[in-house]
Ligand binder design. Structure first.
Ligand code: PAN
Ligand code: ZN
Length: 200
């Protein structure tokens, strides 16, 4: 057996940066344009230039059974139409793999969705440890005016399935109504469900 060397990273809670860092991922609005409900708002923003929605700083670790992977996410504040800035969201490819999120700065919601369309929301701020149980798709939403920064750790053999959420969306959206984050039905998810029923 090859023994892996123990190591430590430094996590900057206010900036969200991990050092030393492995992969850094930047997601712009153009990478997730179809995920926001208001297509006109997306076009309006993109016609003025692209927008950075979030960044992920991942520790440089090997994937695979027995490992634990971790990263930080920096989700910038803002809206697309009424909808608050969010991550793409995913199921784990191995659906029974759980995850832990820890809020470091700013505020947001963790949105979770089960296969049958059941949605749950968990408010998060600095110090909130939120648990993503097995079998729930998960996405985060920035509900504040500052970057929402959180740390995440998950099993090294979980993998990521983005396609399911890309196709169907979440059944609920988080929008800003009178300055309050409000969960509303996603009209797009509804029409897609109807279309699938008609097709199938
Ligand atoms: C998180 C997410 C991260 C970015 O580390 O990957 O917040 O969100 P998307 O992956 O949905 O773009 C996690 O849940 N890892 O499993
Ligand atoms: Zn995950």
């Amino acid at each position: 057996m090859d023994l892996m060397e123990p190591f430590a990273s430094e996590v900057d809670f206010s900036r969200g940066v991990i050092e030393p860092v492995g992969d850094v991922i930047q997601r712009h609005l153009s990478d997730m344009s179809g995920m926001y409900a208001d297509a006109d708002a997306v076009d309006r923003i993109l016609s003025q230039g692209d927008r950075l929605i979030y960044e992920v700083y991942a520790a440089d670790l090997p994937e695979g059974e027995g490992q634990v992977l971790y990263c930080t996410t920096i989700l910038y504040p803002g809206r697309v139409g009424e909808e608050l800035h969010m991550t793409k969201g995913h199921f784990h490819a191995q659906r029974d793999r759980a995850e832990v999120y820890l809020g470091l700065a700013g505020e947001g919601y963790l949105l979770l969705q089960a296969d049958d369309g059941t949605v749950r929301s968990v408010p998060m701020r600095s110090g909130t440890a939120a648990y993503v149980p097995p079998h729930w798709a998960h996405r985060t939403v920035n509900t504040g005016d500052e970057p929402f920064i959180f740390f995440a750790a998950w099993p090294g053999d979980a993998g990521h399935d983005y396609g399911t959420i890309e196709e169907t969306g979440f059944a609920k959206l988080l929008v800003a109504r009178d300055g309050e984050p409000t969960l509303v039905d996603n009209p797009k998810a509804e029409s897609m469900r109807n279309r699938r029923q008609t097709d199938g």
